[in-house]
Write a protein that binds this ligand. Structure first.
Ligand SMILES: C[S@@+](CC[C@H](N)C(=O)[O-])C[C@H]1O[C@@H](n2cnc3c(N)ncnc32)[C@H](O)[C@@H]1O
Length: 255
């Protein structure tokens, strides 16, 4: 029999883990391409952090690790999924102690009850599209609480509209010893949400050894809509960050 016992406040108790399957395949299939994107979008911002970097939805830790390397500030990695957090903690375990003592892992979804005034730079990479509009309304004040006045948020924009038809994206296959790992993302319109099915497989010399599927929901949101939502919590556009996939805002005054 398999038994799990957890003693933790309600907010920290593991919910059914949305990334239980994906965590295994996430880095082997996506890390290389994503690492370049993360550097392009956030390196300059995290390098400028003086107080702290808040990595919201840290996943396996790409932004967290880059922040530890590029700045001397503390890093707060917020990651509610136990499976993703497992990969993140394994990465942190390999760091020298002097880097690891600067990073704190928060094992719950960020909302207004999260850490207060710990960061001057916040990053939401590949994360906002995973939240329904009502959940975004808890996230924005949570980020406002975590940032000091004058702090900035850098957010990768989700799809801005529903796809007109089903879109399929094949992830480049990767060799691991005698095996080949592969994956495919299928995004289909489903009312006001995007159904994203992730199919993964592992092949050996004799053919497919195993296959897994995990389904996620995504909610499109335009730049204008997110800018408007954030404005209600005191965030104003930050000039000088014109990348099409990035929204950069700063916390104007006392909040
Ligand atoms: C698609 S993954 C991206 C992970 C990582 N940012 C990356 O790009 O590699 C989205 C992550 O956001 C986390 N997440 C979802 N809702 C969250 C919330 N309210 N607060 C913090 N993290 C959240 C999920 O557990 C998941 O690991």
């Amino acid at each position: 029999m398999h038994t799990v016992v957890t003693r933790a406040p309600a907010a920290v108790r593991p919910a059914p883990d949305a990334y239980a399957v994906t965590a295994e395949f996430y880095d082997i299939l996506q890390a290389e391409a994503d690492a370049a994107r993360v550097r392009r979008l956030y390196r300059r911002a995290v390098a400028s952090a003086r107080l702290g970097v808040l990595d919201i939805g840290a996943g396996t830790g790409r932004v967290t690790l880059m922040s530890l390397a590029e700045s001397r500030a503390d890093v707060h990695a917020v990651e509610p999924s136990r499976a993703m957090r497992g990969a993140l903690l394994t990465r942190l375990a390999a760091l020298p102690a002097r880097q690891r003592e600067r990073v704190t892992v928060h094992p719950y979804p960020l909302d207004r009850a999260g850490p207060a005034a710990v960061a001057d730079v916040a990053v939401c990479h590949n994360m906002v599209g995973c939240l329904p509009p009502a959940a975004r309304e808890s996230l924005w004040p949570g980020i406002g609480t975590a940032l000091v006045s004058g702090g900035s948020l850098f957010l990768q924009l989700p799809p801005d509209r529903m796809p007109a038809r089903t879109l399929v994206r094949l992830l480049p296959e990767q060799r691991v010893g005698a095996h080949t790992y592969g994956g495919r993302l299928t995004m289909s319109p489903a009312g006001y949400r995007i159904r994203t099915r992730a199919d993964y497989w592992v092949r050996g010399a004799q053919g497919v050894l195993r296959e897994h599927t995990e389904t996620f929901w995504m909610w499109p949101a335009s730049r204008a809509r997110l800018t408007g939502e954030l404005a209600r919590y005191g965030f104003v556009p930050l000039p000088g960050h014109d990348e099409p996939e990035l929204l950069a805002v700063t916390l104007a005054g006392p909040h």
